[in-house]
Design a protein around this ligand. Sequence first.
Ligand code: SAM
Length: 363
Amino acid sequence: MRHRFHSICPYFAMFPETFVAKHLAATRFNGVVFDPFCGRGTTIFEALLNGREAAGCDLHPVAVCITGAKCNPPNRGEALARIDELEASLSILPPLPLSEEMAEFFAACFHTDTYEEVRFLRANLDWRNDRTDRFIAALCLGALHGESHRSPNYFSNRMPRTISTKPAYSVRWWVKHGYAAPRRDVFAILRNMVDFRFRTPPPESRGEVVESDARKANMAFPNLEGKVTDIITSPPYLDTTNYREDQWLRLWFLGEPPKSTQARDDGRHCNRTLYWSFLKEAWEGVAPLLAPQARVVVRIGGRKLSKEEMFASLSASLKDATGRLVKPVDDGVTTPVKRTQANSFRGAKASPTVEHDFCFLIS
Ligand SMILES: C[S@@+](CC[C@H](N)C(=O)[O-])C[C@H]1O[C@@H](n2cnc3c(N)ncnc32)[C@H](O)[C@@H]1O
C-alpha cells in the first residue's frame, strides 16, 4: 500500500515515489541520499522508507513544512493531544488589517467560523520549531483549499487543490456561480486526517530538512560533508513556474502576509545562460557533501531546452562545479509530462510536454 504520508499535501512538479524507488534500487551505494530541491520531500521520505539515511533542503516554506512533517513526524498520540489542546484554547483573534481585495477574498473563501479556526491555527502553530505543530500545519496546508464540493475535508470554498488562484479571480468565479464557503469543523477534520495518515506507520529513522538555498547546501549541512552517495532531484525548470505566487494562500497560512503577487524569486531562471549558471552554483553548494563516489539523478524539463542541450549543459555544470570525473550512465530517459491540475491553470504554454531523467556517476 502507498504510504499515506506521501500525499499529505499536493505540490507541483513533484515526481512519483516510484521514480525514487527505481533509482534507489539501481544504486550500489549506501550512504546518505540527498535532494537539494526537495519540494514535498518525495526523495527524502522514500529513501527513509527504504532504510536509507536522507536529507535535503528547499527555499520554499511550504516545501520545508511538508517535507519536515513527513520526515520527522510526531507520533499519532502526540498529534491528537496537540489538536485537543489547540481546540480547547481556541479564541477569536482581533481582525487582520487587510486590503479591500483580500478582505473580500477571505470572506468568500472561508465560512466565518472556519476562518476563525484557520486564523487561530495560523497564529498558534509553531511549525518551524516544533515537529508536532509542523505535522498539524502540513495537514492544514493539504486541507486549506481544494474541491470542497467533492470532499468534506477541504476548509475553503471551491478551489483547485494544487495552486492558490488569485483573489479577484476566485471571488468573481464564486459570485458568478453562486458558490458559498462551507462550514467546516477544522479540528474534527484534523483528527480524522491524523487517523488516516497514521494507518501506515512512519519509518523508524528521521530525515533532516533545512530551509535553505541549494547554493548554500554545504553551509546548511556541515554534518554531511563527504557522506552523500546519492542525489535524486528535480531542480526548478527554465522559466516554468513561480512557486511562491502559485502557493500564496499556503504561504499566508505559514505566517507570511496575504500577498498574491510576488517579484520573481530569482531572475536567473528566465534565461538559459543564467539558468545554467544557477544550476552550476547549486552543484557547487552540494559538491562538498558528495562522497568520493556518488550518483546524481536529475529529472529536468522545459519547453525552451532540447534534450541535447540539457544533457550537455548538465554534464558541464556538474563537471565545473565538482572538478571531478562525471560519467553519464545513459543518454537520458524521456517521459511525457502528465496533464496536471496546476498545468491546466497555467495554460499549455507554461508547461513542458516532456521530462528527461539523467543519471551521472561522479568520482
Ligand atoms: C521541481 S520542484 C521539486 C519537486 C520534488 N522533486 C517533489 O517531488 O516534490 C523544484 C523545487 O526547487 C525549489 N527551489 C527553487 N529554487 C531553489 C533554490 N535556489 N534552492 C533550493 N530550492 C529551490 C522550489 O521551491 C521547488 O520546491
